[in-house]
Design a binder for this molecule. Structure first.
Ligand SMILES: [Zn+2]
Length: 660
């Protein structure tokens, strides 16, 4: 009597990707319900099992489905939106602003279904995701029939799905509670990265992951910049830092790990953390080369991931595996590095182990879920086949196989693709919907690019419009007169500051776009003579003056101020100015009270270019009437400070520089 199963795969070249790299040819696999019940030589399996459905796999490799160990699947909808940019400009300048505007549960669902279609076609049966509205990613993945680890993003910034980190943490908790026993979905929590999370967030997410025994998925040590920053802020590299926050108490899946040393690799091993190596993303964003061979030799579970389709730009795991092998060889200058069987192991069993689901999937072994694919190895680009060594089969898949060679995909015992036909998603419909979203995003960005202000707003953060300002500015020959005059009894000094101001002005093609100033102030302690604090700000200055009062007093135009949290280089690449001018001045700034009105008195020494001394008197104003009164006072104050005869300066320093 034979045992009855649901599906019997026969006449296949079976690559089990098990502990011993067992192969069977002609091999067979028996599937019952959601699981694999037997794997072996066809002759033996056929004697023991009979099935309702028998699949003849002639000319094909039967192997475990591929594991995409790190991605952000809804970003299929942002594929090709902004490329050839540095990570910060790409992320903060384009991805995050567009995400804030467009990402919704519907967006996430559509993007996920598109990604599922693409992944099923390329033989992926499991993916590890991190995004917003992750519950909708989970629903869409489950509808498409794919296995997925779905990590709800938590970070310190407001996100498209949560105003605060507490909200996203609560979302993650509820999501995990609802999905933790799902047959296909493993819910997880995803603190985005150490640089987008606070220590508190790292601790809270690790505790949540531990409470429910679910994975914690994050980005670690992706760029050298990230590691440098961590070192300068906390005195230690990324891995020890997150360890200090208790991150490794959880089952961690760490994406990237490009810039880590041997000690950190051992820390990851002791923590039983899984790693996702993402060669396309690391190459495209020039993040560096992960020490893959070292990680594997140390015993880490290293999988391979595509990363999000906006930084790859596809979800093709065949390409990714081949790239992983090639890059490892190039970097170690050793063609024996990362041989084909190991590269494929990373994309299957090691990947599943890295996701902490090695007991479910990743290899063809009895008891595992039936997540398997058929790959045609008979096409022109993959012929002929050699059988001299068992390694020949892995080489065929890794070095010459293409995702389009995948003909059939089964996940959890259910067919998702038969003979290149997708069974669970409607490709045509999805493509039409994606094209529609792309048109909307295009329109949004085209409009944004037209104004410096809207580009500034798109960066998010706190942008404030400054009120109108009454100001008077004169050139000084003797600054000491002003310093002495400030001691007069009619002037009350509230506080005094001394700083070195570095300004870089961005100019644009069209002067009506205004100009943008990146300003960095080094505050100086006059007693100790050291820089005590640095502050950077962005100011968008309009082009027009609003009006003139008195003789020397101006009512200045409105302007927008935002803290500059990124580098000058970031803003340069983001705003793409036509030209730049840099200025440096030493500024003594007094906040004073004169006739019950507050004024700022700035005494500037222009150092670069060397243009001597200037006095500036400024105060805020709220109405035209108020402006008139303050303009009168400012004019008076100019006389009190003994500078009434000074040469009037009607524009900013920048214009003086322009004349030089
Ligand atoms: Zn990523």
């Amino acid at each position: 009597m034979t045992q009855q199963v649901d599906t019997l795969f026969i006449n296949a070249l079976v690559l089990t990707m098990d502990q011993d790299f067992r192969q069977y040819h002609p091999g067979a696999v028996a599937v019952k319900g959601d699981s694999i019940v037997a794997v072996g030589m066809e002759e033996e399996i056929k004697q023991e099992y009979s099935a309702k459905e028998t699949v003849d796999c002639s000319g094909k490799v039967l192997m475990p489905g591929l594991i995409n160990a790190h991605t952000h699947v809804p970003m299929t909808l942002l594929r090709g939106l902004a490329d050839d940019l540095r990570l910060d400009v790409w992320l903060m300048g384009y991805m995050m602003p567009v995400e804030r505007e467009f990402v919704s549960p519907e967006f996430v669902r559509l993007g996920t279904l598109l990604a599922c279609a693409e992944q099923i076609r390329s033989g992926v049966t499991t993916f590890n995701d991190m995004y917003y509205f992750e519950e909708d990613v989970a629903k869409a993945a489950a509808d498409a029939g794919m296995r997925a680890v779905c990590g709800q993003t938590v970070m310190k910034f407001p996100a498209p799905d949560a105003a605060s980190y507490e909200d996203s943490l609560q979302m993650a908790r509820e999501f995990i509670q609802r999905w933790k026993d799902h047959p296909l979905i493993v819910p997880a929590v995803s603190p985005h990265a150490p640089y987008t999370c606070t220590a508190e967030i790292l601790r809270a997410t690790a505790e949540l992951a531990r409470e429910f025994d679910v994975p914690l998925h994050t980005h670690l040590a992706e760029t050298a910049f990230e590691v440098e920053n961590m070192r300068s802020e906390h005195g230690i590299p990324v891995i020890p830092y997150v360890k200090k926050q208790g991150l490794f108490e959880a089952k961690v899946i760490a994406a990237h790990c490009v810039h880590i040393d041997s000690g950190e690799i051992r820390t990851l091993l002791h923590a039983r953390a899984g790693v996702s190596h993402n060669p396309s993303s690391n190459l495209k964003l020039a993040s560096g080369f992960a020490p893959v061979m070292k990680m594997l030799e140390t015993g880490l579970n290293v999988g391979i991931g595509t990363d999000g389709p906006a930084s790859n730009n596809d979800l093709d795991m065949f390409e990714e595996v081949r790239l992983a092998a090639f890059v490892a060889k190039a970097v170690t200058n050793d063609p024996t590095s990362l041989p084909a069987p190991w590269a494929l192991l990373m994309a299957t069993r090691l990947g599943a182990q890295a996701l902490h689901i090695g007991h479910l999937t990743g290899s063809l072994e009895p008891g595992n879920r039936a997540d398997l694919i058929l790959v045609d190895i008979s096409p022109l680009h993959n012929s002929p086949s050699f059988k001299r060594s068992p390694d020949n089969a892995y080489a065929q898949i890794v070095y010459a196989g293409k995702s389009t060679d995948v003909s059939d995909v089964m996940v959890n015992g259910r067919w998702l693709m038969r003979d290149h036909q997708l069974l669970t998603v409607n490709e045509k419909e999805l493509l039409a919907q994606a094209a529609q979203i792309a048109r909307q995003i295009d329109a949004f960005l085209i409009e944004r690019e037209q104004s410096v202000l809207s580009k500034l707003i798109a960066l998010g953060g706190s942008l404030e419009q400054e009120s109108f300002e009454v100001q008077v500015k004169v050139k000084l020959t003797d600054p000491e007169t002003v310093v002495q005059a400030l001691k007069k009894p009619e002037i009350d000094i509230v506080r005094k500051r001394h700083y070195r101001e570095h300004d870089v002005y961005f100019f644009f093609d069209d002067p009506s776009r205004g100009r943008l100033r990146f300003r960095e102030d080094d505050f100086i302690d006059d007693v100790k003579g050291v820089v005590t604090n640095v502050r950077a700000r962005l100011t968008l200055l309009g082009q027009k003056r609003e009006g003139q009062f008195e003789d020397q007093v101006l009512l200045s135009r409105s302007r927008y101020i935002a803290p500059a949290s990124q580098s000058l280089r970031f803003y340069r690449e983001y705003f793409k100015p036509k030209s730049e001018v840099a200025i440096e001045k030493d500024r003594q700034r007094w906040l004073i009270q004169y006739k019950e009105t507050e004024f700022f008195v700035n005494l500037d020494q222009m150092r670069e270019p060397q243009l001597g001394y200037y006095l500036e008197i400024k105060t805020r104003t709220w109405s035209r009437k108020d402006a008139e009164r303050k303009a009168h006072l400012a004019s008076e104050l100019l006389s009190v400070l003994g500078a009434a005869g000074g040469e009037k300066v009607t524009e900013d320093y920048i214009d003086i520089v322009g004349e030089v």
